[in-house]
Design a protein around this ligand. Sequence first.
Ligand SMILES: [Ca+2]
Ligand SMILES: [Ca+2]
Length: 143
Amino acid sequence: MPVAIIDGCTVREFVEDTDAFEKAMKQRFNNLDSDRDGTLSRSDVRAAFECVRFLGCALDMLDPNTPDQIDQLHDRVFCKFDTDHNGVVDIMEFQAQMRDILLAMADGLGAAPLQVVIDAGGLLEDALKHGEGRHVTFAAQAP
Ligand SMILES: [Ca+2]
Ligand SMILES: [Ca+2]
């Protein structure tokens, strides 16, 4: 997985650049929407397990180790996203939650640049691409 240097400011700039942010989120949403009906159902989210696992950690939920915990985590992540509780996550719900998550991460990163391993879900990767050429440095590839 690539390793990069990123700080909270880079993440924040990405979220605040509405056009870039919405475009990246739409792409991510479409990737998760495996049946292409324009909403994320539980099974769509379930298929994106690594992403959910990462989000669960980002949301300070448990890091799942057992099948029961994995089920629980899926439910909790899904409920968190489905704010109107209609059983599916639409693009607006998705964007709103992702914005909160990324801003929480930005707060966590603070002003001190941090070396982060870019996760497979690629949340921070979007922010990195956005900041590339400005103040983001890509370090050597991790083994
Ligand atoms: Ca769907
Ligand atoms: Ca909903």
